[in-house]
Design a protein around this ligand. Structure first.
Ligand code: PMP
Length: 384
């Protein structure tokens, strides 16, 4: 940042960088510092245009190139097949809880709209409740009686033959369970699987033979809040309920290249910077290895300790969201205060679960997880 007009800017940037903490927020979540620096550098004038990306028409050639690059990079990173469309929408994943049934639940029989749900935690509960407004819902399986500590075995799922789709939440951000793979439930016979992948999209590859719709808000593993990514197999466009709002009709959004209405341009731009960053990291396969290393380090530490514990079955522990408890809950506030003093922030667990939660998305470096473990070891030692 050598701006002759403002010699203080470089120093300001250095100071800000030095202030950065390890941020374990579940979302909006930490972003790579180099992405934020690039956005800062391009803030006032994007590549010689004299305009911030925020100030550009979404229909101009500048934004068109940003948008096109983001689409191409996302397709490359996730190896999205040609017959899947990528939509950049608004409304968040909670919006998609209504938008998915509005677009899909009439697919098999508009007179008897029906969908199957597998309930594995807080977010799939929410999705299922919302879908009830649009048709019949069959709960094919639930792990509620096990406090969502494991994912029900797919062999036990009570799937319907006449459902338009099966909905899964492939990473439950609050309880911390993750599908290590989407099971084979007859997708090759035409069963449609819809996955809410908000909190682990781009952290691992996606097997596109097992899932036909993937959606997620950007604010965890992708970029700033405000853009919702929907990846949908193209033959599933066009079954929308007649009352589906036009701006939420996947087919219309697709036909207009996500510009049926003004898209969240700045969020798409920053997401695009994150895609470029991910490519520089070696892509999804490389980041997956790092995510495995981070999660293994943290769970191994929790498992060898009597002071901390994680309650999720090891077969489905989330690599992204790691809830844990202190054996002595009266130490919770002290833990959080001392963690904060050590530059480790936003570790408080969700109110419905309690305890702590470390969200360790793509942008959290291994050093952040190591620092957390070191802090936890020291806190345990000094609490004895
Ligand atoms: N699904 C999952 C798995 C989530 O983690 C979240 C947000 N924490 C949501 C849905 C809701 O997302 P939004 O607030 O963007 O609508």
């Amino acid at each position: 940042m050598n701006d002759p007009q403002n010699p203080g800017l470089a120093a300001m940037m250095q100071n800000a960088l030095a202030e950065r903490v390890y941020n374990f927020s579940p979302g909006p979540a930490t972003l790579p510092a180099e992405v934020l620096q690039q956005a800062a550098q391009e803030m006032l004038s994007w590549r010689g245009t004299g305009m911030s990306v925020m100030e550009m028409s979404h229909r101009g050639k500048e934004f068109e190139s940003i948008h096109g690059q983001a689409l191409a990079d996302l397709r490359e990173l996730l190896q999205i097949p040609k017959n899947f469309r990528i939509l950049f929408m608004q409304g968040g994943a909670i919006g998609q809880n209504a938008i998915v049934p509005l677009n899909l639940i009439n697919r098999v029989d508009p007179k008897q709209p029906k969908a199957d749900f597998v309930i594995t935690g807080t977010w799939s509960v929410k999705s299922e409740k919302e879908a009830r407004r649009y048709g019949e819902v069959n709960v094919a399986a639930t792990s509620q009686d096990q406090k969502y500590s494991r994912i029900p075995d797919a062999a036990s799922w009570n799937l319907s033959d006449d459902a338009a789709y099966v909905h899964l939440c492939t990473n439950e951000t609050i309880v911390g369970v993750e599908f290590q793979q989407i099971p084979d439930i007859g997708q090759d016979q035409g069963r449609i699987v819809v996955a809410d992948a908000s909190s682990h999209i781009l952290s691992r590859p996606i097997d596109w033979s097992r899932v036909q719709v993937v959606y997620g808000g950007a604010q965890k593993n992708i970029g700033p809040a405000g853009v919702t990514i929907v990846i949908v197999r193209e033959d599933l466009l066009g079954a929308a309920h007649p009352l589906c709002p036009s701006a939420f009709n996947w087919r219309l959004v697709d036909e207009n290249n996500s510009m049926y209405n003004t898209p969240p341009t700045y969020a798409i731009y920053v997401s695009g910077l994150v895609f470029q960053w991910l490519k520089r990291q070696g892509g999804v396969a490389a980041i997956e290895q790092r995510n495995i290393a981070k999660a293994t380090a943290l769970y191994s530490f929790l498992d060898q300790s009597d002071f901390y514990r994680n309650e999720i079955d090891p077969s489905c522990r989330s690599r992204m969201n790691v809830p844990f408890f202190l054996a002595d809950e009266s130490r919770n506030e002290a833990f959080l205060t001392q963690a904060r003093a050590n530059g480790l922030v936003q570790l408080k667990g969700h109110k419905s679960v309690g305890g702590m939660r470390a969200s360790i998305y793509n942008a959290m470096p291994l050093e952040g997880v190591t620092a957390l473990i070191e802090f936890m070891r020291e806190f345990e030692r000094t609490s004895a």
